[in-house]
Design a binder for this molecule. Structure first.
Ligand SMILES: [Zn+2]
Length: 606
């Protein structure tokens, strides 16, 4: 169910098919060797109209071996473009993989794999397992894969691993199990693990982890045997009744997610807070240099922010969320995050919406998970800080700086294939966030907010693409917006409008505007007069086939015929005398990402 009421819910849920998985895994962890064995039963439903003759799995841990694609890419990224090109390493990876010793590398080895009880032939291709099936999987049918595998947890380099050098957390267990690749309308997505972003099949997880009794776990899913575990998970007032033996088996169930993460450490401090009957927030952290109160503040922050978040972005549908100390930086997973410190908590939590629930293919649309999350984070932070000003200024500044660098690559670039690390983050995070704020400039902030909720309503628990988002935006705003995606996402063309000239003619004052940049936009032009009054002159852009409603009832607005995108100038007029003007300004809201703002504003001193 959606919080709040929507008056525009007449569009059907999309009927695109998607595959379905149900994982049942039994994991036996040896904390002395850092190796574990796994039995994985995978029920796979082929909802596609296609006959599948092979399947692919991700084997992410194999990236943490000298000479791997991730190793090679991390050491050479950016340095491959001819003489003098500066290496642009991921500061967290650098040359750490090539220096891993045999007991420090990561691996996932497949011992056996059966489909419906019959052994299957498979080929290990580093981080991808290719399985050529002995019999095809027919459309609309279900098969069961049974796999035995062995794995070694790598010394933590990137996201997952053991014995994090900073947090000292023993196990950050993300990308840790053989995970079926997604098959969608574009076919298989066997993306080798070289660095960035993920894509998973929607389904259910039932994971039992046997591990040394002293370890405390957190992660995706709901613990099924809390009173046999304790460590703060037990029911209120319940007596903890641990079975005999050196190990405890933690059983988690995670319904309707596309990945499963866990973490373990004997020194975790576990605190939780119940926000409502159906939602508990867990916090697992280690006492390190990080101020303890900043970790604990995450629980208060979550409680305070949740009503605003759900009203703005849609309901959080799961029964728990866990903030967990580990990993590097912050990384999002269903129902949980791994963070090196508490500062990343809000950002990672907002990924529950843009990643967790709206499960875009992050390799293809990293700006839809990172950019939208970045946008959401800034909005929630502004709410928490009672900041009513312009909340997205840092994202605009970062985008402008990227443009100035001359290193920008289009947002359609596959996350792994950005040439430079330095071009990836400002594009995906900042330009992606600007996309959303600027959409509010084009369609109006109230319509943009309705788009966010309708996008959630139609596409939660699915794999929306950029076109899916644009269609929701078009339906809600009643405008054509394909041009916005073509320019902002598919190209690196920039926006630059200027005030060209002002003059009086026939008892009117005229202002000529000029488009210098290649990307066309609708224009808000505000004129301020000596008596302090303001006029807004609004020029829609012709490809919109619509106009945004007035945003500020206090300022009279004149709406013009659309500015044709082929035309470089446009003249507006007012009956006010030029001598009464004090300020003429294009987009005083600063939401239009004009790369040269100096010529947007003309102060008149008489
Ligand atoms: Zn993020």
């Amino acid at each position: 169910m959606l919080m709040g009421s929507l008056s525009f819910s007449s569009w059907a849920q999309p009927d695109r098919w998607q595959q379905r998985v149900k994982y049942t895994m039994n994991i036996d962890m040896n904390v002395l060797t850092n190796q574990f064995t796994g039995k994985q039963k995978l029920e796979y439903t082929n909802n596609s109209p296609d006959t599948l003759t092979k399947v692919f799995y991700h084997l992410y841990f194999n990236a943490f071996q000298p000479g791997s694609m991730m190793d090679t890419r991390s050491r050479r990224q950016g340095g491959v473009n001819g003489a003098g090109a500066r290496p642009d390493w991921d500061g967290r990876v650098k040359d750490r993989i090539i220096n891993l010793k045999p007991n420090e590398i990561g691996y996932q080895k497949i011992v056996s794999l059966k489909m419906n009880g019959r052994p299957q032939a498979f080929t290990m291709l580093e981080t991808i397992l290719e399985v050529k099936l002995d019999k095809p999987i027919l459309p609309k049918s279900k098969v069961v894969f049974d796999m035995d595998f062995e794995a070694q947890v790598p010394l933590q380099v990137r996201r997952s691993g053991r014995d994090n050098p900073i947090s000292k957390v023993r196990y950050s267990m993300s990308q840790w199990y053989p995970k079926l690749c997604e098959y969608d309308y574009e076919g298989w997505h066997p993306t080798p693990y070289v660095g960035r972003e993920f894509y998973g099949v929607w389904g259910d997880f039932d994971v039992s982890i046997s591990i040394d009794k002293k370890y405390i776990l957190g992660g995706s899913g709901y613990l099924q045997n809390p009173n046999k575990i304790g460590y703060g998970y037990e029911d209120k007032g319940a007596k903890v009744n641990r079975p005999a033996g050196d190990k405890l088996t933690w059983r988690f169930i995670a319904p309707n997610v596309h990945d499963f993460m866990w973490a373990a450490d004997p020194e975790y401090i576990h605190v939780s807070k119940k926000l409502r009957d159906s939602l508990t927030i867990h916090l697992l952290y280690k006492k390190t240099n990080e101020a303890e109160k900043d970790w604990l503040n995450l629980l208060d922050m979550a409680e305070k922010a949740l009503p605003f978040i759900e009203k703005t972005f849609g309901q959080y549908p799961y029964k728990q969320f866990s903030f967990i100390h580990g990993g590097d930086g912050g990384m999002e997973y269903p129902m949980a995050t791994l963070c090196i410190g508490p500062g990343a908590g809000l950002h990672e939590w907002m990924h529950s919406w843009y990643y967790g629930l709206l499960g875009t293919n992050e390799s293809l649309y990293p700006w839809m998970d990172e950019g939208f999350t970045q946008y959401a984070e800034e909005r929630v932070a502004a709410f928490l800080n009672n900041n009513t000003g312009f909340a997205q200024g840092d994202n605009y500044a970062s985008y402008f700086s990227l443009v100035r660098s001359g290193k920008e690559e289009p947002l359609t670039t596959h996350a792994d294939h950005y040439n430079l690390n330095a071009a990836y983050s400002p594009a995906v995070y900042s330009k992606g966030a600007v996309f959303m704020e600027q959409l509010g400039y084009i369609v109006g902030a109230p319509a943009r907010d309705k788009i966010l909720l309708e996008y959630y309503r139609q596409w939660r628990f699915k794999h929306p693409t950029s076109s899916d988002f644009m269609r929701v935006a078009e339906k809600v705003s009643d405008m054509k917006l394909d041009w916005y995606k073509e320019y902002w996402i598919n190209s690196t063309k920039t926006i630059d409008y200027s005030i060209d000239s002002l003059w009086e003619e026939g008892g009117k004052t005229k202002v000529r505007l000029m488009r210098t940049g290649l990307m066309p936009m609708p224009i808000d032009l505000q004129i301020t007069l000596k008596d302090g009054s303001k006029e807004l002159h609004y020029i829609p852009m012709n490809l919109m086939y619509g106009e945004k409603p007035a945003e500020d009832a206090a300022i009279p607005r004149k709406v013009y015929a659309p500015w044709k995108w082929t035309h470089s100038t446009y003249i507006i007029e007012t009956t006010k005398r030029l001598a009464d003007f004090t300020l003429v300004e294009i987009d005083p809201s600063l939401r239009m990402a004009d790369v040269e703002r100096k010529n947007n504003k003309l102060e008149l001193k008489w």
